[in-house]
Design a protein. Sequence first.
Length: 364
Amino acid sequence: MDLGAYQSKPLFPQQFKKIYMSTMSSVAPALTAKDFATDQEVRWCPGCGDYSILAQVQKVMPGIGVPKENIVIVSGIGCSSRFPYYMNVYGMHSIHGRATAIASGLKASRPELSVWVVTGDGDSLSIGGNHTIHLLRRNFDINILLFNNQIYGLTKGQYSPTSEEHKITKSTPYGSIDHPFNPLALASGADATFIARSMDRDPKHLQAMLTRSHQHKGASFLEIYQNCNIFNDGAFEIFTEKGSKPNEALFMEQGKPLIFGANQNKGIKLDGFKPVVVELGDGVSAEDLWIHDEKDFYKAQILIRMFDDPRIEGHFPRPFGVFYETERACYEDVMAMQIEETIAAKGPGNLDKLLRGNEVWEIQ
């Protein structure tokens, strides 16, 4: 409301109250998680890990400081890709494997939007693998949430690009002979500028990783271990359940030593560039351990490769948290700058002339 008209004459208390109330009513109320829920029935199997992930995203969204009308969620095909129906923001349920391509085009044309991609291990690492790596290397300011359940759930239980070797499924009745992807290694190979991992059964940690993903300027890749209780139940149980989680999951924090164990009595130290599990005590203290540094590219590679089969004796704990973060120019910003500089140097251009080209024939 323009208060300029009132500045030349005194205001009576009642007049001031009306102006104040009118001004305050134009301020948007604080949003809550309920504001990001829709009236659609959430249709996942009872007990699916997607319910938890949806709840954490809805809880985080009010705090990121972006108006609902400026948030877009793009999904592909799969159980996770029903996400846009349940989020009260703009969204698109697109085609198989192409969510990252569509999101890239959207961000290039509307850079002010907060764009999120919700995808699964089959959607983004199989038919959509090519689009995923190119979004990451181009470094669009887009947040990729990869729901990894190590199975094709929507099509009723076929092995996926992240299924472990020897996995018996409907499409591999004698066991899978494929070597699985390590999704974070793939993201690192594509030069992703933010790489992290969380899980559906640790709400606070997942909320923290979602917030960090949003705060990063550039392409963020967040792998989320998600339990498919119908077709691959317990795939990540060793990392998520209370009895085994303390000894099998390593939660990394910036600037802190890598410590784990039920009694916080184990740690990781480096022997050259080789990680070693040690017991604290008997001359070994936290000061001797590996201090986590999210900016260290080389140490991030070691952590990403701590991807041992937990069934093998002597395996390393599985790391969770932010593995790596760096800064690099975003594609949409450089593109806008290039367009601006070209127009300044050569003018706005002529589309008709461009389409006609320089090679024109006249038929006599």
